[in-house]
Design a binder for this molecule. Structure first.
Ligand code: DGL
Length: 270
């Protein structure tokens, strides 16, 4: 049965656009609403309680837009808020951590997996726990990269400063003989070429957000709420809690054919 309601995507900022981009590619008939809480980004250094509260505020904003599914396109928010939100909503809610975990276990040959993410995600130990639950023998090395998100949010992800910071930050992973590295923050795929260059071509990078879209697609079919060719021109709405201009500049650089204009969103407390 056709269901024209939009799929909602939330992130602390522009990072979730990496997930939305993949959704536009894999699910071209779906209507999409995106909200980035750019005014309060980064979430990574914030206490879990605060991240949970902000995630609820974003969720409630999108529920008012009558979404049919919620994608928490942010690892930091997924790590601390997914279970609670999933338990309380009547629509399907998808996070980005488990899909990334599954893809990493599929990819690794040597059973040596690295994870990079925000301080909040790494501190939560969510990836390591999920990997070990599925495959106890796997070696896992985690690293928080707090400098990466500000580079992306300021649209500097292709700059020489970005290269320097990425290479310095990833130094501790160089000697760990990893064959797979999970990009455990949805902002990081924008830095992917730089990260790949630093880690070397022998390390397979897992884009947890992109992996998530496979699950979104599966759930749309499972619940029989996918849109089809009857909706050839799906709507796309973008909301940001700070400057729509900077958001549009980053979205234009990252999304193919971004012609929309982001709108300002005001979030209310839970
Ligand atoms: N994009 C978010 C994530 O996947 C978080 C970035 C941040 O706000 O620190 O973790």
């Amino acid at each position: 049965m056709l269901n024209p309601k939009p799929i909602g995507f939330i992130d602390s900022g522009v990072g979730g656009l990496t997930v939305a981009k993949e959704a536009m590619k894999q699910l071209p008939y779906e209507n999409i609403i995106y909200l980035g809480d750019t005014a309060r980004c980064p979430y990574g250094p914030r206490p879990a309680e605060q991240v949970i509260q902000f995630t609820w505020e974003m969720t409630n904003f999108l529920l008012q837009k009558d979404i049919k599914m919620l994608v928490i396109a942010c690892n930091t928010a997924t790590a601390v808020a997914l279970e609670e939100i999933k338990a309380q909503l009547s629509i399907p809610v998808v996070g980005v951590i488990l899909p990334g975990t599954r893809a990493a276990l599929k990819s690794t040959g040597s059973q040596r997996i690295g994870i990079i993410g925000t301080q909040g995600t790494i501190k939560s130990d969510s990836y390591k726990r999920a990997l070990k639950n599925k495959s106890p023998q796997v070696f896992v090395e985690s690293l928080a990269c707090p400098k990466f998100v500000p580079i992306v949010e300021s649209n500097e992800y292709a700059s020489s400063v970005a290269k320097k910071i990425v290479s310095e930050t990833l130094m501790p992973l160089q000697k760990k003989r990893l064959d797979t590295l999970i990009l455990g923050c949805t902002h990081y795929p924008l830095l992917r070429p730089v990260i790949q260059n630093v880690m070397g071509s022998g390390v397979h990078l897992i884009d947890s957000g992109a992996e998530t879209v496979g699950e979104v697609s599966m759930l749309l079919d499972y619940f029989d709420i996918a849109n089809g060719p009857e909706n050839p021109q799906p709507t796309k709405e973008f909301y940001t809690t700070s400057s729509p201009q900077l958001f549009d500049a980053i979205a234009q650089g990252w999304l193919t054919n971004y012609q929309e204009k982001a709108q300002h969103a005001k979030l209310n407390s839970k």
